[in-house]
Design a binder for this molecule. Structure first.
Ligand code: PEP
Ligand code: MG
Length: 585
């Protein structure tokens, strides 16, 4: 009898996968220590050189495949792999030791590689530590080519499986066939790891950071991967299996029903239409945005552009990405958020010191205002791209009016510069502020005079108003979107925005929750920007009610005294007004 087990990890890509596990063995970094004669040394060097060339060819092939399937941006991560292959210290280190120690090349190479890995693993810098996996990945490939073994398992999977691994390197991901991989689970990695981003872009359910998956799962075990909750059930009992199969069938059924809403407007029964847009991190998510029927992009997070690379993106790179996105969502708009680095998003190429309280530190707009050299590159690119479609832009983490004014001043300088250079841009580009800090939420009346719109970032607004770290599992029970304090702040933001006649949207995760959609609609929210997969469900809520019904839900919610009460009440109303007998998922 197989043992049931439930593991909790970090939800990396939403969705449900039920199937058999395929454990991607951690390749043994062990080789035999073999003495060789002096005469064999040149032959060993030739073998080493051939392995390097072969590895280079393999990586170039992967780059080509990835460029075709996922775009140049993803393919660029392999530049770091190619650099490892050209590393003179590594190569010369191997050849010198080979000549001196007269041991087989596999053994020498592995010794040098291990030393390298050890040095890197002691480095404090998280970016450089991440490069460790590039070195390991390339190192294993070289070793495989030296031994003549090819690790083609991933590209040769015969049936649809769930991949279980300590970590999934970008090159492993590249050799997978999308139609053969139902889901990923890994022991390490975070929400912003490249594996997670790729899984999301490919719409493959994934849970990362499970810590014990490799120790607990064997190839052939039955797994349920809940990428939305971040849970993995190993060899579930019959009852759980039935429950999840039903859930999965229901998701597929309701997706089919919701799909029918794709081309219908997000309007209430009495005709109030709201803007229903999607959040994206990468241009690769656009097909999913369009497939789910979102009208434009309400939040384009641009931090990922700066990740997994050693330099900062050039103005032309920014420009090319923004132009592509705005042209594809035309005539709808795309709201580009300027660089929001900090908190859990570190970029070591920008040389930012470690801080005691990174969430309260030198981040987002604070960093950008202090580094006009970096900020203006992005502003110029956004403006240039605005000539090609409907682009709006917004600043993250505005805490008060001075920051908004300073940012607008920099934007003005860039506009003047472009005008002088006779470069086209949209002179009336709408510029908004994200409202995600309580001080901004409480001074919205002041901010509204200098902004064309507000977008409420509840992920941070909740974290800062309840003083609850958004990624700390231990206090997750305190993280309540419907806490009366949060509701009052949201109401204040919407009312202040409307008094100044600007539109108010929400791009935090709260907007993606069907149970809260009624309440937000009733509070007067003009735009919902949600994860692409959540678009149909939110549209359905909006289309099922009248404004009067939504307003009465909002009014009553504001009289309740705890977040739990509001949540319960919202769920009851959702059932009553929208879902009927359907279960809430
Ligand atoms: C937010 O804070 O709600 C938000 C949308 O931004 P991020 O999650 O990128 O901080
Ligand atoms: Mg935020």
């Amino acid at each position: 009898m197989k043992k049931h087990f439930v593991l909790k990890g970090i939800p990396a890509a939403p969705g449900l996968a039920i199937g058999k596990a395929f454990v991607l063995g951690s390749e043994e970094l062990e080789v035999e220590k073999r003495k060789i004669s002096e005469t064999l040394i040149p032959k060993e060097i030739t073998r080493f050189e051939e392995a390097l060339i072969k590895t280079r060819e393999e990586i170039l092939d992967i780059q080509k495949k990835i460029t075709k399937e996922m775009g140049i941006r993803h393919a660029q991560i392999f530049n770091a792999h190619l650099l490892v292959l050209e590393d003179r210290t590594l190569i010369e280190g191997v050849i010198t030791r080979l000549k001196k120690e007269k041991l087989c090349i596999e053994f020498i190479f592995l010794e040098v590689l291990k030393k390298y890995i050890k040095t890197f693993s002691h480095i404090d810098d998280p970016y450089l530590r991440e490069r460790l996996s590039d070195i390991e990945d390339v190192g294993k490939r070289i070793l495989r080519n030296l031994r003549g073994i090819r690790r083609e398992v991933l590209s040769q999977l015969k049936e649809k499986l769930i991949i279980v691994a300590y970590d999934i390197s970008p090159s492993d991901t590249a050799s997978m066939h999308k139609e053969k991989v139902m889901g990923f689970i890994t022991d390490i990695g975070g929400k912003t790891s490249h594996t997670a981003i790729m899984a999301k872009a490919l719409e493959i359910p994934a849970v990362v950071g499970l810590e014990e998956a490799l120790a607990r799962v064997k190839t052939g075990d039955t797994l349920i991967v809940d990428g939305t909750k971040g849970e993995v059930l190993i060899n579930p009992d019959r009852a759980s299996l039935t429950k999840y199969r039903q859930k999965s069938a229901k998701i597929i059924r309701s997706e089919k029903v919701l799909f029918k809403l794709r081309d219908l407007p997000a309007a209430t029964k009495d005709g109030r239409e709201v803007q229903l847009a999607a959040n994206i991190e990468l241009p690769e998510e656009l097909p999913s945005v369009i497939a789910h029927g979102a009208r434009g992009i309400g939040l384009y997070r641009t931090e990922y552009f700066y990740m997994n690379r050693t330099d900062t993106p050039s103005e032309d790179e920014h420009f090319a990405a923004y132009k592509k996105v705005c042209q594809q969502v035309k005539p709808h708009s795309v709201v580009i958020r300027t660089l929001d680095l900090g908190g859990d998003k570190f970029l070591s190429q920008l040389d930012i010191p470690q801080e005691m309280n990174p969430y309260l530190g030198w981040r987002a707009i604070r960093f950008c205002l202090a580094r006009p050299d970096i900020f203006k590159v992005q502003l110029r690119a956004i403006l240039r791209a605005s000539a090609y479609g409907n682009i709006k832009m917004m600043y993250p983490m505005i805490s008060g009016i001075e920051e908004l004014e300073q940012a607008n001043q920099m934007l003005k300088e860039v506009k003047e510069e472009l005008k002088k250079r006779k470069i086209a841009f949209d002179e009336n580009i709408e510029v908004g502020a994200m409202i995600e800090i309580p001080s901004a939420a409480l001074t919205c009346d002041i901010l509204a005079k200098q902004a064309n719109f507000f977008s409420i970032g509840t992920n941070d607004l909740i974290q800062y108003s309840i003083a609850v770290d958004r990624v700390n599992e231990k206090i997750a029970y305190l993280y309540e979107p419907a806490h009366p304090a949060v509701l009052r702040l949201i109401k204040n933001i919407i009312d202040a925005g409307h008094r100044e006649q600007i539109w108010v949207g929400m791009c935090g995760e709260m907007a993606s929750e069907p149970a809260f959609a009624l309440l937000l609609l009733g509070l007067g929210l003009d735009e919902f920007s949600v994860s692409p997969a959540a678009v149909p469900a939110i549209k359905r809520v909006i289309r099922s009610v009248t404004m009067k019904q939504a307003e009465s839900v909002a009014l009553e919610s504001l009289t309740l005294t705890t977040g739990k009460e509001v949540e319960e009440f919202s769920k009851t109303k959702l059932k009553e007004l929208v879902l009927g007998n359907e279960e809430i998922r």
